[in-house]
Write a protein of this length. Structure first.
Length: 325
């Protein structure tokens, strides 16, 4: 209980700093986007690929400060945050808030039933919710990137066939957006719409790559940018890029197969303490009573759980670094 006021004060300070930072970023976004409608109308008359349009059209639409704070808390930064912001629209935002509130209430009640003080449960449950939410959205972002990677080679092959038939590159991108299923199809449709507003094609594809965090999409945007500057046969260049992406996919699958034993061992080792604690709570609850009923026991239990989570995060990052090329 002695640590509780300091923990609450630390969380409040972190939230206050994050809120001030996000408010400052929102003001910058609004200043940058102030001239975007006039630029968009001018770009529609100049045709795709015109480089006279400036950065504001490439920015994401501004979000409210409350939405930005919620996205930062639940998903962090990068692709998980972009994925969450894509879901916070209208009724989806309200539904997400209702579910988060229900999880908070039920979780706090469950911790109280386990013998934890109500005030401690009220403070601990939001932290657990933020942790689980960030893990979930990170998993969703990785799943989305993997789906993009599986579809990208076939999309480039479709673009090569369109180019060989005499279709311009931006129309080939629009064809990919119409023909390919989600998630790649809607992303390429968004890039095609940006090109129609005057944004360069390579910049539109680079924005998609930034949202998904996929190096292969960066390769595609760089390939198109280099071909536009130097000329050459874009169809043959994209054909070589398709072959390279397929080889990268095969190499990733090979590394996953070789590291499957290590990843399974890490999962088992990380889950064993939790399974052991759950079994002891069911078979001999008095054995673990000092860890729940005393301040020293709760402190030791929190330290053990923190070290276990730290080890799991380190092992996960090592495996991801081996799988990322």
């Amino acid at each position: 209980m002695a640590l509780l006021p300091g923990l609450v004060a630390s969380l409040a300070a972190i939230l206050a700093v994050a809120a001030l930072r996000l408010l400052w970023q929102e003001q910058r976004w609004r200043a940058r986007l102030a001239g975007a409608p006039a630029l968009a109308s001018a770009g529609a008359d100049r045709g795709p690929g015109d480089r006279s349009l400036v950065e504001p059209l490439r920015a994401d639409p501004p979000e409210g400060a409350s939405v930005r704070i919620l996205a930062w808390l639940l998903a962090g930064q990068g692709p998980p945050r972009n994925l969450l912001l894509g879901s916070l629209r209208g009724r989806r935002a309200a539904a997400l808030l209702r579910r988060a509130g229900l999880v908070l209430v039920l979780g706090a009640a469950g911790l109280h039933l386990l013998g934890i003080d109500p005030l401690e449960a009220t403070v601990l449950m939001p932290a657990l919710l933020v942790l689980v939410s960030r893990l979930w959205w990170s998993h969703r972002a990785r799943t989305l990137a993997e789906a993009f990677r599986r579809q990208l080679a076939d999309a480039i092959a479709l673009m090569v066939r369109a180019l060989r038939a005499g279709v311009p590159i931006w129309e080939a991108v629009a064809d990919v957006g119409r023909e390919c299923p989600a998630p790649l199809g809607p992303a390429f449709r968004s890039a095609s719409d940006s090109v129609r507003l005057g944004q360069p094609l390579e910049a539109a594809l680079r924005d998609v790559a930034r949202r998904v965090d996929l190096p292969e999409l960066d390769f595609l945007s760089v390939t198109i940018a280099v071909q536009r500057e130097t000329g050459g046969n874009l169809a043959e260049t994209l054909l070589a890029l398709e072959a390279m992406i397929r080889k990268r996919g095969q190499l990733v699958m090979k590394v996953r197969a070789l590291s499957a034993e290590a990843r399974t061992s890490a999962l088992i080792i990380g889950a064993l303490p939790l399974i052991l604690v759950a079994g002891l709570l069911y078979l001999a609850p008095d054995y673990l009573a000092p860890f729940i009923a005393t301040d020293a026991g709760r402190l030791l239990g929190a330290a053990a759980l923190g070290l276990l989570l730290l080890g799991t995060v380190v092992m996960t990052r090592i495996v991801r670094a081996a799988l990322r090329f």
